[in-house]
Each structure stands twice: as C-alpha cells, then as structure tokens.
Ligand binder design. Structure first.
Ligand SMILES: [Zn+2]
Length: 424
C-alpha cells in the first residue's frame, strides 16, 4: 500500500501520511467488494487523506476496546471516538469476505478505497454506546447510530483508490490536510485557530472568532502576529431542522467577502464527518482532527457537540483541560454570549451588567428570523450574511435554509466518484 509523508506533524506527534494511490481500470476485478454507506465513505476519505492521523485504517478489536475504555490507542495516543467499519453477516457470507484479503470498498457502486482486511470481530454495541456516550438511551442519536451497526467489525489499513470530486459550491471549500498546510504557508500563518461549525454565522459567532484570533496571537511577534481563523464546517449526515450545508459554507464565507474578516486572516473549509453528538468526547475528537489540518488552537464554546440535555454545558471544557497535555492543539474556552442593546456590542453576562437588556442569540430566535425572511438587525446577523443565506435557501434548499424531508430526498451528492478507475 502506498503511504506518503506530507511533511507535517499531526496528532500524537506523528507525521501525517496520505494513503492515496492511482490504479488502472480492472485491476481489482478479482477482489471481493463491499458497498459503504455515506458515513463509512466519509471515514474512508478521512483515513486516506490523514484527517485521522495516526490512524491508518479502521480500528481492530484491541484498539476499539481501549478507545472506549481509556480514550487511548494501544500505543498510548489519545483517541476518543472509535472509527469502525461494519458489515452484516449476510454480506460477509455472500461476498466470501475473509481475513487477510484485500477488499474493494465501493460507494454508490464506484470504487473508493482498498481495505487490507486484518481482523473481523463481534463487539458488544450496547457496552460501546455506554462507554462513548455515557448513556444507553436510544433518544441519543449517537447511541442509535452505534446500535445500528449490524454484523461484524472489519479492521485494517485503508488506501484511497479514487479521489472524491466535490460539487459546487463545496469544491471551493474542500481541502485535504496537505492542502490546509499549503494554504497556511501561502497566507504566512503561524497560528491557526479552528472554529467548528454547523451553523450560519450570527454576530455572536463572529465575536467568538475575533476574540479567539486575539487569544491565538499569544507569544507571536508583537508587530506581525500571523494568526488565521479557520472556519471548519462539519459536513455529513443531516437531520431535518439542521441548516442546509450550502447556507452554512456560503454564509460563513460571506464574513470574509463582506470584509467582517480580512481575507488575510480568514478561511473556510469543509470537514467530512458525521456528528456523533458525543459532547465532551467528540470535542476531543474535533481537537484531534483539527490538529491534523494544521490548527494550533481550537475554540470550544457552550455545549460543544452536545445534544438535548445529555451533557452539561461546559463538560467539554472539563474533559479538554484533563487531556490537554496529550493534545498538540490548544483549546480556547469560550462562554455563551449575547448582544447587549445598552453596550451596543456582543458581550456576556459575566462581563457586563445588562443581562435584562440582552438579546440572546437563541437558536429559536435566529430560526424564526430566517424562516420569516425579514432582515435582522446588524447586531444579530450581518445583512450580507443574511442575503447569502436567503440566496442559498432559494437555490439549494427549496426555499428553506433548514433541512426538510424534500431536501434530504432530492439534494445532489456533495461529492462524486469517477467511474471505473478501479473495480470492474
Ligand atoms: Zn451591556
């Protein structure tokens, strides 16, 4: 299998490797194939490009157990969310898939990756769900997702044999880890602070990013602090009521286009990842992945990657403080903020004493503004951002900035694969 050092050190202090190779048509026609769902395809792509460095493939039994039990890989590296590949007993039987063989992993019937299958194993999914999510409650979407994995887990190294092609508007935002490093080099950034998002930006988000820019300038030369803000938009499985992906990336990019951020300090990119809503453990995972796309700092706000009331608002901050010596990236901890009509700016209830005059950035409020299509005040959302979001709703969301059943049924894929580079 090919493995190329991209020349940058990632999580665990290990060099990041790309595992991408070109193969000629028909080369794998004799190998068994396994069709992936979208989550599995996203994770293959993540593994192939080094987003999950130092992982080289799907976890084996021993590492899966250690990750669940001790948040650790067998070499001691911090790891919080198991990355597994499963296949049903029936599929494994009909395809005649056996340990020690190479398997072609296909997505939408097209070859995507090669798996050197090392181990097939059964796993106690309920135990896994309790360990990772701290609950067995099936109302938790991550628990449901865990329990849905039927059959056996398959471990082994993964190599991409067909690179995804991203459709507009995503093509402007897709960067591999290597391309992220190249971008920073071009911009001359020494520090990069990640802002994880699945939202269109309101001014509260903008303020958080701006504060983090100052914070991440620490210990850089006084006259020339070269810090960039990277908006890292998580793109993956959607649920109805989420923002549509197009509104997220185009709305975020507008902060740069309209000058709220100087392009010299601002960039937006995609991260293919299906949210687990694992709260604190997912926050650690986000820190790991952002390390592998070259970020030196990472903003963590209120209830990072949480869902419902499963985690307390600042649980992620506690866990990150505990494990920070095992991370290369520095977390920046932020609290919930609001727009104060007296101060005329974004602030929070620990800083000012106008809580009764505060306009909160509650999801319900922003949601009702966007549904009504009435331009919000500048203090809540930038007018240019609002316009881009409304355009995206018309163009991609069938009139809605939020995911509907219709959007889920009819949205075109985010990326496509070329036909017949490998496989049959
Ligand atoms: Zn105030």
């Amino acid at each position: 299998m090919s493995s190329k050092d991209i020349g940058f050190v990632g999580h665990g202090g290990r060099s990041i490797h790309e595992r991408v190779a070109e193969y000629s048509k028909g080369e794998f026609s004799s190998l068994p194939s396994l069709e992936l769902n979208s989550q599995q395809a996203n994770e293959c792509i993540g593994l192939g490009y080094g987003f999950f460095s130092p992982l080289e493939g799907f976890l084996n039994r021993n590492d899966t157990e250690l990750v669940c039990n001790e948040m650790s890989l067998s070499d001691g590296t911090l790891w919080s969310i198991p990355i597994n590949l499963n296949a049903s007993y029936e599929t494994l039987k009909t395809k005649g898939i056996r340990e020690g063989e190479d398997i072609v992993l296909t997505y939408e019937k097209r070859p995507l990756a090669l798996l050197s299958l090392e181990e097939m194993f059964d796993f106690d999914l309920e135990w896994m769900a309790r360990k990772v999510y701290g609950t067995g409650d099936q109302k938790h979407p991550g628990v449901r997702r865990t329990l849905m994995q039927k059959g056996k887990f398959l471990s082994g190294k993964v190599e991409l044999i067909n690179e995804p092609r991203f459709r507009p508007p995503y093509d402007r935002f897709w960067l591999t880890p290597r391309q992220h490093f190249e971008l920073y080099k071009m911009k001359g950034w020494q520090h990069i602070v990640a802002h994880q998002t699945r939202n269109v930006p309101h001014t509260g988000h903008e303020w958080l990013m701006k504060y983090c820019w100052f914070a991440a300038n620490e210990d850089l030369p006084v006259d020339e602090p070269r810090t960039g803000v990277l908006v890292s938009a998580v793109i993956g499985e959607k649920r109805t009521g989420d923002y549509i992906d197009e509104a997220i990336v185009l709305g975020q990019a507008e902060l740069g286009n309209a000058g709220y951020f100087n392009p010299n300090v601002f960039a937006v990119s995609l991260l293919l990842w299906d949210m687990r809503y694992a709260g604190p453990k997912e926050a650690v995972h986000h820190a790991i992945v952002r390390t592998n796309i070259g970020c030196t700092h990472h903003m963590f706000g209120r209830d990072h990657a949480g869902v419902g009331n499963f985690y307390k608002p600042y649980d992620a901050h506690y866990l990150l403080k505990e494990v920070k010596d095992r991370l290369r990236i520095r977390p920046i901890f932020m609290k919930e903020n609001y727009y104060c009509t007296v101060c005329g700016e974004v602030t929070n209830g620990e800083l000012d004493n106008h809580a009764d005059k505060a306009q909160s950035f509650s999801g319900t409020l922003i949601r009702s503004i966007l549904i009504d299509g009435v331009k919000p005040t500048r203090g809540l959302m930038r007018p240019e951002v609002f316009d881009r979001v409304m355009e995206a709703s018309e163009k991609y969301g069938m009139g809605s900035p939020f995911v509907t059943e219709e959007y889920l049924r009819s949205r075109p894929p985010i990326f496509t694969l070329d036909e017949g580079k490998g496989g049959d």
